[in-house]
Ligand binder design. Structure first.
Ligand SMILES: Cc1cc2nc3c(=O)[nH]c(=O)nc-3n(C[C@H](O)[C@H](O)[C@H](O)COP(=O)(O)OP(=O)(O)OC[C@H]3O[C@@H](n4cnc5c(N)ncnc54)[C@H](O)[C@@H]3O)c2cc1C
Length: 566
């Protein structure tokens, strides 16, 4: 493969036009973003500031909210003074830094379309959320203050479940709890994969490329068919859904012609109002497995083993790893172990591991099949792990038809049983309601060398900033999402500022090492996006070209993932 041809480097540096750059040894270019996305550039006449709610003016916002009330009912509209429920509860400092201009809660697709048309008419920006539980990344709050939250929580119907083809169609307000209950009430043979917390949106989580922990844990891979309200209010269906009488909308991704689903993931190009999803047929048996290693030095071998076992098909789905402090943070506060200054000392980490019966590193994953298949898979897993000094495997086997009560709560992940077990797991540094966290998630190859290196960069920096290294990684065959959880007290201004600084410094440090985030908090979307800058940021330039074409008034989620309207 060759690099894309160099872009015109003679273009001037006005917004929207490529800027002169330098080229690195691999042919990639670096330099200013095409079109300066700084606040100053956005505020230029004729630019983005003309169309967003912040500058649309109080009168325009009021007129829009009045129109929205006529569309969805006054009780389903919140004005600018009634948006506390939509603030970022884990804000890094001022929770009003991402202040919604209001909230509108439609219940039907045609209401979404009408609200979008009104937003265009009044020049008011909208920020769609499904359940709005995007905690650690901004919650329900919009990137740009003044943007009105389009809360799709009332659109919470499971529209179809097909046991035969193992698929469903859901609306964006359907939570993981809702889908689970619906499947149980239909006595369905199907399972959905769930993330740690069951209150999130099946659609919102998948659109954010979130993870759960069954064989379908890489949620974006199981999306099949979207219905989308475009920023002009027009309604489209992707794939086979474009044929009104197709029976295969949630079954075949292809459709006829280009595929568009990816355009609407982590995107501000459309509002998803229906999503097809592939579900997992309940297996005959399953095993919830855990591996603990007692020494840090065995981590590279563990990572490599997980990759090989995933590639061989012995492990089904996502491997979820956490260090000892990470496991402790899921169920206890720091004071239980250590109340001194600085980071938790090494000998205390040993105490944590021995008291909780865990390792320095701990992974959990699942395997599925008949008992005979589990025997074979577990024997192979055991054989591979035997080569890793200080590793211990435990496997709890269950019947596929076991009820939630029959499965240990800590094994629910393997059967797609939603819960809130980790909801209190953000109180490591502040054992009170202001306990908060932010996640930094650089992607690397799933190799021992890279996972250790990404962890080293994050650990060195975060410990220097005075925070414990609470690390983990999610592995799916080839890549690892390396997770750094930074816990802090959102009510402590100094601590919040320190987190913000450390996080802001880590983004470029990790990018320099070749690791880009898979997802980012509102505060860091621009910083992360700015490092996806191959060939004069040509991808971002392309996205903004699309943005301009489909959202000429710039009303949908300005700034989402660093994509600002021009
Ligand atoms: C303790 C803890 C554990 C967590 N564990 C996990 C985990 O295991 N896996 C994981 O993935 N995450 C995890 N998270 C992060 C987060 O809570 C989940 O990802 C959660 O599912 C996201 O919130 P939501 O589903 O309500 O999405 P929403 O807040 O509804 O949506 C998220 C974003 O997607 C976009 N969006 C949503 N709906 C639409 C739409 N209809 N059209 C267009 N764009 C849309 C918007 O930009 C929105 O801001 C965890 C968080 C905490 C605090």
């Amino acid at each position: 493969m060759t690099d894309a041809p160099p872009r015109d480097e003679t273009a001037n540096d006005t917004p929207g036009v490529m800027t002169a750059t330098t080229r690195d040894a691999r042919g990639a270019t670096t330099g200013d973003l095409p079109g300066d996305t700084s606040a100053a550039a956005r505020d230029t006449p004729g630019g983005f500031a003309d169309t967003n709610a912040e500058t649309a003016g109080v009168a325009a916002l009021a007129a829009f909210l009045a129109r929205a009330a006529a569309i969805v009912g006054a009780e389903h509209v919140s004005g600018p003074d009634a948006v506390d429920d939509y603030l970022d509860v884990y804000a890094l400092g001022d929770p009003h830094a991402h202040q919604p201009g209001g909230a509108v809660r439609p219940a039907e697709v045609d209401q979404v379309q009408e609200v979008v048309r009104a937003a265009n008419e009044f020049g008011v920006a909208l920020w769609p959320v499904g359940r709005g539980k995007n905690l650690g990344y901004g919650g329900s709050a919009p990137r740009q203050s003044g943007t009105v939250v389009l809360d799709l929580g009332r659109m919470n119907r499971v529209l179809e479940v097909d046991d035969e083809t193992a698929s469903a169609i859901v609306e964006p307000g359907v939570s993981f709890f809702d889908l689970y209950e619906e499947l149980r009430s239909r006595d369905s043979r199907l399972w959905a994969s769930v993330p740690d917390l069951g209150w999130g949106s099946v659609v919102g989580n998948a659109l954010e490329r979130g993870y759960g922990y069954t064989a379908h844990g890489d949620h974006q891979q199981f999306i099949c068919g979207l219905e989308v309200v475009l920023p002009t209010g027009e309604l489209i269906r992707t794939g086979m859904g474009a044929m009104p009488n197709s029976e295969a909308w949630p079954l075949y991704r292809g459709g006829f012609g280009p595929g568009f689903e990816g355009l609407f993931l982590q995107s501000n190009l459309g509002i998803v109002t229906k999503m097809g999803i592939w579900l997992m047929p309940r297996p005959e048996r399953f095993a919830a497995c855990r591996v603990a290693i007692d020494r840090e030095s065995s981590l590279p071998a563990l990572v490599d083993a997980m990759r090989e076992l995933g590639l061989e098909g012995m492990i089904d789905g996502v491997v979820n790893a956490a260090n000892a402090v990470g496991v402790a943070a899921g169920s206890s506060s720091r004071e239980r172990w250590y109340d001194g200054d600085g980071v938790v000392p090494d000998e205390i980490v040993d105490t944590i591991a021995s008291d909780l019966g865990i390792g320095r590193w701990n992974v959990k994953f699942a395997v599925y099949g008949s008992d005979a298949m589990l025997d074979l898979k577990l024997a192979r897993i055991e054989g591979v792990l035997a080569g890793i000094p200080g590793s211990r495997l435990t496997a709890h086997r269950y019947d596929g038809a076991a009820s939630a009560e029959e499965v240990e709560p800590f094994d629910h992940f393997a059967a797609g049983i939603p819960g809130m077990l980790l909801a209190g797991g953000v109180r490591w540094r502040a054992d009170r309601p202001t306990g908060a966290h932010i996640g930094l998630c650089p992607v690397s190859p799933l190799t021992g060398r890279h996972v250790v290196e990404a962890g080293r960069v994050m650990r060195t920096h975060i410990e220097a900033a005075g925070f414990d290294y609470i690390g983990g990684w999610l592995g799916t065959g080839r890549h690892a999402v390396n997770v750094l959880m930074i816990f802090f007290d959102a009510a402590d201004a100094e601590e919040s500022a320190r987190v913000k600084r450390a996080f802001g410094e880590l983004v470029p440090l990790l990018a320099d090492a070749g690791y880009g985030e898979y997802r980012a908090h509102l505060e860091f979307m621009d910083a992360v996006a700015s490092r996806f800058d191959f060939n004069d940021s040509s991808l971002l330039h392309f996205t903004r070209t699309l943005k301009r074409a489909v959202d000429p008034r710039g009303i949908l989620a300005p700034g989402k993932q660093g994509v600002w309207p021009l």
